[in-house]
Design a binder for this molecule. Structure first.
Ligand SMILES: C[S@@+](CC[C@H](N)C(=O)[O-])C[C@H]1O[C@@H](n2cnc3c(N)ncnc32)[C@H](O)[C@@H]1O
Length: 202
Protein backbone atom coordinates (compact mmCIF):
# COMPACT_ATOMS: atom_id res chain seq x y z
CA UNK A 1 0.00 0.00 0.00
CA UNK A 2 1.11 3.53 -0.66
CA UNK A 3 1.88 4.79 2.84
CA UNK A 4 1.31 8.39 1.69
CA UNK A 5 -2.42 7.65 1.77
CA UNK A 6 -2.46 7.44 5.58
CA UNK A 7 0.49 9.62 6.46
CA UNK A 8 0.46 12.34 3.80
CA UNK A 9 -0.01 15.15 6.32
CA UNK A 10 2.32 14.09 9.10
CA UNK A 11 5.42 16.04 10.05
CA UNK A 12 8.89 14.62 9.71
CA UNK A 13 9.07 14.39 13.50
CA UNK A 14 5.86 12.34 13.69
CA UNK A 15 7.05 10.03 10.92
CA UNK A 16 10.29 9.52 12.85
CA UNK A 17 8.31 8.73 16.04
CA UNK A 18 6.26 6.14 14.15
CA UNK A 19 9.48 4.54 12.91
CA UNK A 20 10.88 4.51 16.47
CA UNK A 21 7.64 2.89 17.62
CA UNK A 22 7.95 0.24 14.89
CA UNK A 23 11.42 -0.58 16.23
CA UNK A 24 10.14 -0.84 19.81
CA UNK A 25 7.35 -3.22 18.79
CA UNK A 26 9.84 -5.37 16.88
CA UNK A 27 12.18 -5.46 19.89
CA UNK A 28 9.55 -6.24 22.55
CA UNK A 29 7.56 -8.68 20.46
CA UNK A 30 10.40 -11.20 20.69
CA UNK A 31 9.62 -11.46 24.41
CA UNK A 32 5.90 -10.79 24.76
CA UNK A 33 4.20 -11.44 21.39
CA UNK A 34 2.81 -7.99 20.75
CA UNK A 35 2.14 -9.11 17.18
CA UNK A 36 1.96 -12.64 15.80
CA UNK A 37 5.16 -14.23 14.49
CA UNK A 38 3.78 -14.18 10.95
CA UNK A 39 3.17 -10.42 11.22
CA UNK A 40 6.49 -9.43 12.73
CA UNK A 41 8.07 -8.64 9.33
CA UNK A 42 5.08 -6.44 8.47
CA UNK A 43 4.54 -4.34 11.59
CA UNK A 44 4.49 -1.12 9.57
CA UNK A 45 1.87 -2.20 7.05
CA UNK A 46 -0.36 -4.55 9.02
CA UNK A 47 -0.41 -2.68 12.30
CA UNK A 48 0.92 0.88 12.12
CA UNK A 49 -0.68 1.97 8.84
CA UNK A 50 -3.78 -0.06 9.58
CA UNK A 51 -4.12 1.86 12.88
CA UNK A 52 -3.21 5.26 11.41
CA UNK A 53 -6.07 5.16 8.94
CA UNK A 54 -8.70 5.53 11.67
CA UNK A 55 -7.20 8.75 13.06
CA UNK A 56 -9.06 11.17 10.79
CA UNK A 57 -12.41 9.51 11.51
CA UNK A 58 -12.33 10.74 15.12
CA UNK A 59 -13.43 14.06 16.64
CA UNK A 60 -10.55 16.48 17.17
CA UNK A 61 -10.68 16.87 20.95
CA UNK A 62 -11.63 15.11 24.16
CA UNK A 63 -10.58 11.81 25.67
CA UNK A 64 -9.72 8.93 23.30
CA UNK A 65 -10.12 5.58 25.08
CA UNK A 66 -8.55 2.57 23.34
CA UNK A 67 -9.48 -0.80 24.83
CA UNK A 68 -7.53 -4.03 24.48
CA UNK A 69 -4.64 -1.95 23.11
CA UNK A 70 -2.13 -4.81 23.10
CA UNK A 71 0.97 -3.50 21.32
CA UNK A 72 -0.61 -0.04 20.95
CA UNK A 73 -2.96 -0.67 18.00
CA UNK A 74 -4.66 1.57 17.28
CA UNK A 75 -4.38 3.72 20.45
CA UNK A 76 -0.68 4.43 20.71
CA UNK A 77 -0.32 5.00 16.95
CA UNK A 78 -3.12 7.57 17.13
CA UNK A 79 -1.50 9.21 20.19
CA UNK A 80 1.69 9.61 18.13
CA UNK A 81 -0.30 11.22 15.29
CA UNK A 82 -2.09 13.50 17.74
CA UNK A 83 1.18 14.70 19.25
CA UNK A 84 1.56 16.71 16.01
CA UNK A 85 -0.42 19.65 17.45
CA UNK A 86 -3.54 17.70 18.49
CA UNK A 87 -5.65 18.37 21.55
CA UNK A 88 -6.87 14.95 22.56
CA UNK A 89 -6.05 13.00 25.71
CA UNK A 90 -5.37 9.28 25.37
CA UNK A 91 -6.09 6.39 27.72
CA UNK A 92 -5.10 2.83 26.80
CA UNK A 93 -6.55 -0.20 28.57
CA UNK A 94 -5.25 -3.75 28.53
CA UNK A 95 -5.72 -6.58 31.01
CA UNK A 96 -2.21 -7.96 30.30
CA UNK A 97 0.39 -6.45 32.67
CA UNK A 98 3.31 -7.11 30.31
CA UNK A 99 1.63 -5.35 27.42
CA UNK A 100 0.90 -2.41 29.70
CA UNK A 101 4.58 -2.33 30.71
CA UNK A 102 5.40 -2.08 27.00
CA UNK A 103 2.80 0.67 26.43
CA UNK A 104 4.16 2.71 29.36
CA UNK A 105 7.74 2.27 28.24
CA UNK A 106 6.95 3.22 24.62
CA UNK A 107 4.94 6.26 25.73
CA UNK A 108 7.85 7.41 27.91
CA UNK A 109 10.41 6.89 25.14
CA UNK A 110 8.23 8.71 22.61
CA UNK A 111 7.42 11.50 25.06
CA UNK A 112 3.66 10.95 24.82
CA UNK A 113 1.21 11.92 27.50
CA UNK A 114 -0.98 8.80 27.65
CA UNK A 115 -2.55 7.02 30.61
CA UNK A 116 -2.27 3.25 30.69
CA UNK A 117 -4.72 1.18 32.73
CA UNK A 118 -3.64 -2.40 33.41
CA UNK A 119 -7.09 -3.83 34.05
CA UNK A 120 -10.07 -5.43 32.43
CA UNK A 121 -12.29 -2.93 30.69
CA UNK A 122 -15.23 -4.35 32.63
CA UNK A 123 -13.60 -3.08 35.84
CA UNK A 124 -12.71 0.43 34.69
CA UNK A 125 -14.98 3.26 35.98
CA UNK A 126 -16.97 5.06 33.26
CA UNK A 127 -14.60 7.34 31.34
CA UNK A 128 -16.84 9.84 29.53
CA UNK A 129 -14.76 9.47 26.37
CA UNK A 130 -15.22 11.40 23.13
CA UNK A 131 -13.76 8.48 21.16
CA UNK A 132 -13.66 4.78 21.95
CA UNK A 133 -11.65 2.42 19.76
CA UNK A 134 -10.97 -1.30 19.83
CA UNK A 135 -9.26 -3.55 17.32
CA UNK A 136 -9.42 -7.35 17.46
CA UNK A 137 -10.98 -7.35 20.92
CA UNK A 138 -14.38 -8.98 20.45
CA UNK A 139 -17.67 -9.09 18.56
CA UNK A 140 -19.48 -5.84 17.84
CA UNK A 141 -22.35 -6.40 20.28
CA UNK A 142 -19.85 -6.84 23.15
CA UNK A 143 -17.88 -3.76 22.08
CA UNK A 144 -21.07 -1.71 22.00
CA UNK A 145 -21.68 -2.61 25.66
CA UNK A 146 -18.26 -1.09 26.48
CA UNK A 147 -19.07 1.95 24.34
CA UNK A 148 -22.40 2.46 26.12
CA UNK A 149 -20.57 2.61 29.45
CA UNK A 150 -17.52 4.65 28.50
CA UNK A 151 -18.60 7.03 25.71
CA UNK A 152 -20.04 10.47 26.35
CA UNK A 153 -23.40 11.19 24.67
CA UNK A 154 -22.28 12.50 21.29
CA UNK A 155 -19.18 10.30 21.36
CA UNK A 156 -17.83 8.23 18.47
CA UNK A 157 -16.88 4.55 18.48
CA UNK A 158 -14.33 3.32 15.92
CA UNK A 159 -13.97 -0.39 15.31
CA UNK A 160 -11.74 -1.80 12.55
CA UNK A 161 -13.39 -5.06 11.50
CA UNK A 162 -12.54 -7.94 9.18
CA UNK A 163 -14.45 -9.57 6.35
CA UNK A 164 -17.35 -10.69 8.60
CA UNK A 165 -18.25 -7.14 9.61
CA UNK A 166 -21.70 -7.18 7.96
CA UNK A 167 -22.77 -10.22 9.96
CA UNK A 168 -21.61 -8.54 13.18
CA UNK A 169 -23.53 -5.39 12.30
CA UNK A 170 -26.71 -7.43 11.67
CA UNK A 171 -26.34 -9.34 14.92
CA UNK A 172 -25.72 -6.20 16.95
CA UNK A 173 -28.94 -4.62 15.60
CA UNK A 174 -30.91 -7.11 17.75
CA UNK A 175 -29.72 -5.33 20.87
CA UNK A 176 -28.56 -1.90 19.78
CA UNK A 177 -29.67 1.07 17.76
CA UNK A 178 -26.98 3.32 16.24
CA UNK A 179 -25.89 5.36 13.25
CA UNK A 180 -23.21 3.61 11.20
CA UNK A 181 -20.73 4.91 8.67
CA UNK A 182 -18.37 2.44 7.05
CA UNK A 183 -14.98 3.07 5.44
CA UNK A 184 -13.23 0.36 3.46
CA UNK A 185 -9.80 -0.34 4.87
CA UNK A 186 -6.86 0.99 2.89
CA UNK A 187 -4.68 -1.88 4.06
CA UNK A 188 -7.10 -4.74 3.38
CA UNK A 189 -9.98 -4.39 0.88
CA UNK A 190 -12.03 -7.05 2.75
CA UNK A 191 -11.85 -5.11 6.01
CA UNK A 192 -13.92 -2.11 7.08
CA UNK A 193 -13.78 0.54 9.76
CA UNK A 194 -17.09 1.00 11.57
CA UNK A 195 -17.81 4.52 12.82
CA UNK A 196 -20.71 4.42 15.26
CA UNK A 197 -22.63 7.31 16.81
CA UNK A 198 -26.01 7.83 18.54
CA UNK A 199 -25.76 4.51 20.38
CA UNK A 200 -28.77 3.39 22.41
CA UNK A 201 -30.25 0.04 23.42
CA UNK A 202 -32.83 -1.20 20.91
C1 LIG B 1 -6.10 -9.82 19.97
S1 LIG B 1 -5.33 -8.63 20.98
C2 LIG B 1 -5.48 -7.15 20.00
C3 LIG B 1 -4.46 -6.14 20.40
C4 LIG B 1 -4.48 -4.85 19.56
N1 LIG B 1 -5.71 -4.11 19.72
C5 LIG B 1 -4.24 -5.16 18.10
O1 LIG B 1 -5.12 -4.90 17.27
O2 LIG B 1 -3.14 -5.65 17.76
C6 LIG B 1 -6.53 -8.34 22.27
C7 LIG B 1 -5.96 -7.57 23.45
O3 LIG B 1 -7.03 -7.26 24.35
C8 LIG B 1 -6.63 -7.54 25.68
N2 LIG B 1 -7.88 -7.87 26.39
C9 LIG B 1 -8.65 -8.98 26.24
N3 LIG B 1 -9.75 -8.90 27.01
C10 LIG B 1 -9.68 -7.68 27.66
C11 LIG B 1 -10.53 -7.03 28.60
N4 LIG B 1 -11.66 -7.57 29.02
N5 LIG B 1 -10.16 -5.80 29.05
C12 LIG B 1 -8.99 -5.23 28.62
N6 LIG B 1 -8.15 -5.83 27.74
C13 LIG B 1 -8.49 -7.03 27.27
C14 LIG B 1 -5.63 -8.67 25.58
O4 LIG B 1 -4.73 -8.68 26.66
C15 LIG B 1 -4.94 -8.34 24.27
O5 LIG B 1 -3.81 -7.52 24.46
Amino acid sequence: MNEDICLSNVSRETFARLKTFEGLVAKWTKRINLVSKSDSAEIWQRHILDSAQIFDLAPREGLWLDIGSGGGFPGLVCAILDADGGRREFALVDSDQRKCAFLRSAARELDLNVKVYAERIEELPAQGAAVLSARALGPLDTLLGFAERHLDPGGVALFPKGARWEKEVDEARNQWSYDLKTTTSLTNPDATILRITELTRA
